[in-house]
Ligand binder design. Sequence first.
Ligand SMILES: CC[C@@H](C(=O)O)C(=O)SCCNC(=O)CCNC(=O)[C@H](O)C(C)(C)COP(=O)(O)OP(=O)(O)OC[C@H]1O[C@@H](n2cnc3c(N)ncnc32)[C@H](O)[C@@H]1OP(=O)(O)O
Ligand SMILES: [Co+2]
Length: 134
Amino acid sequence: MITALDHIAIAVPDLEKAIKRFMEDFGLPYKGKEDVAAAKTSTAFFPLPETSIELVHPLNGEGPIQGYLEKKGGGLHHLCFRSDDIDADVAHLKAKGYQFLSDEPSIGAHNCKVIFIHPKSCDGVLIELNQPQD
Ligand SMILES: CC[C@@H](C(=O)O)C(=O)SCCNC(=O)CCNC(=O)[C@H](O)C(C)(C)COP(=O)(O)OP(=O)(O)OC[C@H]1O[C@@H](n2cnc3c(N)ncnc32)[C@H](O)[C@@H]1OP(=O)(O)O
Ligand SMILES: [Co+2]
């Protein structure tokens, strides 16, 4: 079942500038960067009690964030809901007609299982589900 809002992802054209912004300007606790090759995404997390801000930036100028930035510039990219049973939640949502962007979860940041729901299934909002494995 959904247990938390795991993170809100903001697509940023300049990752270092955005890290500086959230670390220095907003004074948020910075957990560090992680390049997730499988997702072609560089991430930087700022954990806040009960959730985090995830900055997402193209890795090597590739991947879905590159496409997003070219079309929309920076912006609020997705919401991630943390699950304690991602396979059960996927089956439940598929049965309700939600369109998933992959057949199976993949491995995302912090070794979590992650899967995405197409924005058109959620009123134009890209939703990620994740399940920590550690
Ligand atoms: C680091 C790993 C992981 C984690 O652990 O946290 C991550 O967060 S990885 C983050 C990056 N990965 C992803 O975003 C994977 C899922 N995304 C996709 O597969 C694609 O981005 C997409 C959502 C299918 C869009 O693909 P694209 O090639 O850009 O297609 P379109 O440009 O034609 O878009 C189709 C449609 O969707 C709208 N759109 C696109 N991105 C978003 C978005 N982030 N939020 C809301 N809407 C979005 C786009 O505007 C198009 O709408 P219409 O124009 O109305 O058709
Ligand atoms: Co994410």
